[in-house]
Design a protein around this ligand. Structure first.
Ligand code: PGA
Length: 251
């Protein structure tokens, strides 16, 4: 049985004040059941405050990206060692915004996943098709290509510890959500693709769904056999909404 996980991707949102209010609001409102792993991923500059505010709660922390190099002369970059040092356990990699706005390639994501795993961070690897790709019936090709680049670049051994997040690009921040069946179809494909390399890895890998998840659509998505939780954008910025989604993930 895979343990569900709900992660909040704050993207480039927040402030010191919001970090304190949101993280303490989540911490004090967590359900009694500890059957769900909860992760928040604020911008780099708020990680330290997030960690201090989350102290003593089961909330784990993740970053939204990393640089593949060892610390050194890379102006503006953040090394994996620094993320570990500040208390991150997770790191989101290959988010569609990084792929489209910052030109991250499939191969880049594979290298980042390899570095993250080597440094003891748990990667949350995002994959997903654009609307045009879905309409052209190439969803499976795109998702498999993105996943294969990670398996090739980082090795199958990063699973089942690493997570995959299926985030159809057309559903991110749009209010459009994949139906439970559409999401399950792709999640099952992702699991099969991992199984082609290792059945054991596939069985244990948690595959999150992301894209306009809200408290009122979360339960249906999370009840699908291959959906093991969610990667939440907009709804992770309000404690009540995020907590509602966490509740929906309790098995
Ligand atoms: P959304 O974002 O929940 O606001 O659609 C999800 C994500 O981009 O991770």
């Amino acid at each position: 049985m895979r343990r569900p996980l709900v992660a909040g991707n704050w993207k480039m949102n927040g402030s010191r004040e919001m970090t304190e209010i949101l993280v303490s609001g989540i911490g004090s409102g967590l359900p009694e059941s500890d059957a769900v792993d909860v992760v928040v991923c604020p911008p780099f500059v708020y990680l330290d405050l997030c960690s201090a505010t989350a102290g003593g709660t089961p909330i784990a922390m993740g970053a939204q990206d990393l640089d593949i190099h060892e610390p050194g002369a890379f102006t503006g970059a953040i090394a994996a060692d620094m993320l570990v040092d500040i208390g991150c356990e997770f790191v989101i990699l290959g988010h569609s915004e990084r792929r489209s706005l910052y030109a991250e390639s499939d191969a880049d994501v594979g290298v980042k996943a390899s570095v993250a795993a080597a440094k003891g961070l748990t990667p949350i690897i995002c994959v997903g098709e654009t609307r045009e790709e879905r309409e052209s019936n190439v969803t499976a090709d795109v998702v498999c290509r993105q996943l294969d680049a990670v398996i090739d670049g980082a090795g199958i051994d990063i699973f089942p510890r690493a997570l995959v997040a299926y985030e159809p690009v057309w559903a991110i921040g749009t209010g459009l959500t994949a139906t439970d069946e559409q999401a399950q179809e792709v999640h099952s494909l992702i699991r099969q693709r991992i199984a082609d390399a290792s059945g054991q890895a596939a069985e244990g890998t948690r595959i999150l769904y992301g894209g306009s998840v809200k408290p009122d659509n979360a339960a249906g998505l999370f009840s699908q056999p291959d959906i093991d939780g969610g990667l939440i954008g907009g709804a992770s910025l309000k404690a009540a909404d995020f907590l509602g989604i966490i509740e929906a993930a309790i098995p």
